[in-house]
Design a protein around this ligand. Structure first.
Ligand code: ARG
Length: 461
């Protein structure tokens, strides 16, 4: 028989060679080597402290695990598909180096609680990394907003020009979304920060383990409170990928606007050459490929979320091998988001805003019609009547190919005698945006308050 498997005792035949390849996870879970080794060190130290294994054995195990870690990092260790996964690869290497002492490491532990531990440690590390990237994005958007508290552009509903807003206001809308994304990640972290080791295969163990000291050594805030749940819960993966999906959805919406804004039709912005690509055939093209790719990659992250939910659906307690499918989904979702965020942040930081084109667009499409109606209301006209009067004036403008700003006072008075000169100031699009000083509004002073609040928020993170 080939080299014995760590679990080979009750087997008389070796596994089919393709089966080895099929069920092995080392090709993707090797990235958790640091978590696996750190977790094993804490487990061994606890076994030694509790007198479950001799203290000197624990010491040798910990020392050798440290050497294996260094060797993995300097590239002198290679993993073996036949040893299945990262957990058994490292244990095999340990035993090959220190023999019988190494065989004591797995006392009171199962790969089921071990993989749950490693995955949680990995997820914790990645949540912290993604949070930092979201924070960078919020900071970038907030400072861009500070430069554009007087830049006017149309706000849209149904992608039809609706009312003028400031670019600061538009950008700050996304800051709110990314702040919620940040909070969702922090929340996911809390439920990931729970230490499952000690759950064993499913029913704990008869050894007197000190789970709290392992949690403390590994920097966990709490321990899992039911061993069957401890080995079979992958909610933390689903929750993280769900938070990442919502984050990608926000990036994707923003990318869609960047794509529209950089089109010839809008021409509100120009992306830097560093974040655009050309066409192999059309010499004039400058395409917003990065924004499109981020929009596209959103689908990939959603796919992982649905994949994870579907893998877990209908699984009986406790561990099932199906759950090995969690890792590629989790890893790829995290990797994707970690690539998209800095590209997006830098793409925005390097784009050129075209305030004149934005203002020209805000002046078209009757974005000041609501303000014209509001002016009438302030003269005592009931809102519904004001709405009808302005509606008639808009129709008149369309028929005469003009706009509300350019109508003469006689033309206004022909529809309603209430009009006087002061209507022109009230419907100036800059004034329309800047008069909306309500908390949460587009006016310079409202956005300046929001920017200051966001700055304080960032400083507290
Ligand atoms: N590679 C496995 C996984 O990722 C580790 C746990 C295996 N446990 C078992 N009983 N087969 O889920």
């Amino acid at each position: 028989m080939e080299k014995a498997k760590l679990w080979g005792g009750r087997f008389t035949q070796s596994t089919d060679s393709f089966t080895d390849h099929f069920h092995s996870s080392i090709s993707f879970d090797s990235r958790m080597y640091r978590e696996d080794i750190t977790g094993s060190m804490a487990h061994a130290a606890m076994l030694g402290r509790q007198g479950i294994i001799p203290a000197e054995d624990a010491e040798l195990i910990i020392k050798t695990l440290g050497e294996i870690l260094a060797d993995i990092e300097n590239g002198s260790v290679s993993f073996d598909e036949k040893a299945e996964d990262i957990h058994m690869n490292i244990e095999t290497i340990l035993i090959s180096r220190i023999g019988d002492v190494g065989k004591r490491l797995h006392t009171g532990r199962s790969r089921n609680d071990q993989v749950a531990l490693d995955t949680r440690m990995y997820a914790k590390k990645e949540i912290a990394a993604v949070k930092q990237l979201v924070k960078d994005l919020i900071a970038g958007l907030n400072s861009l907003a500070a430069e554009h508290t007087e830049t006017i552009l149309p706000g849209y509903t149904h992608l039809q020009r609706a009312q003028p807003v400031t670019l600061a206001h538009h950008l700050l809308a996304y800051v709110e979304m990314f702040k919620r994304d940040y909070e969702r990640l922090s929340d996911a972290y809390k439920r990931t920060d729970v230490m499952p080791l000690g759950s064993g295969a499913l029913a704990t163990t008869t050894y007197d383990l000190d789970r709290y000291s392992v949690a403390e050594e590994l920097g966990f805030a709490a321990i899992t409170l039911n061993s069957m749940d401890g080995v079979s819960d992958r909610d933390f993966c689903i929750e993280l990928v769900s938070a990442l999906s919502i984050l990608m959805m926000h990036l994707s919406r923003f990318c869609e606007e960047i794509i529209l804004w950089s089109s010839h039709e809008f021409h509100f912005i120009e992306l830097s050459d560093a974040y655009s690509t050309g066409s192999s055939i059309m010499p004039q093209k400058k395409n917003p490929d990065m924004a499109e790719l981020i929009r596209g990659k959103c689908g990939r992250v959603y796919g992982h979320l649905v994949g994870l939910l579907t893998t877990m659906k209908g699984l009986p307690l406790a561990y099932n091998k199906d759950m090995q499918e969690d890792k590629e989904a989790l890893f790829d979702a995290v990797d994707t988001v970690k690539m998209c965020l800095p590209v997006f942040t830098n793409m925005l930081a390097t784009m050129t805003v075209k305030p004149d084109a934005m203002l020209a667009a805000a002046k078209g499409g009757f974005t000041n019609a609501t303000d014209a109606a509001d002016w009438l209301v302030k003269q005592g006209v009931p809102f519904r009547d004001a709405h009808a009067i302005i509606g008639r004036l808009v129709l008149y403008c369309i028929e005469h190919n003009t706009n509300l700003d350019d109508l003469s006072l006689e033309e206004y008075r022909a529809v309603s005698p209430v009009f006087d000169e002061s209507v022109y100031a009230a419907i100036n699009v800059k004034q329309c945006a800047q008069a909306r000083k309500v908390v949460g509004g587009p006016a310079k002073e409202a956005t300046e308050r929001a920017i200051a609040a966001n700055q304080a928020y960032l400083e507290k993170l």
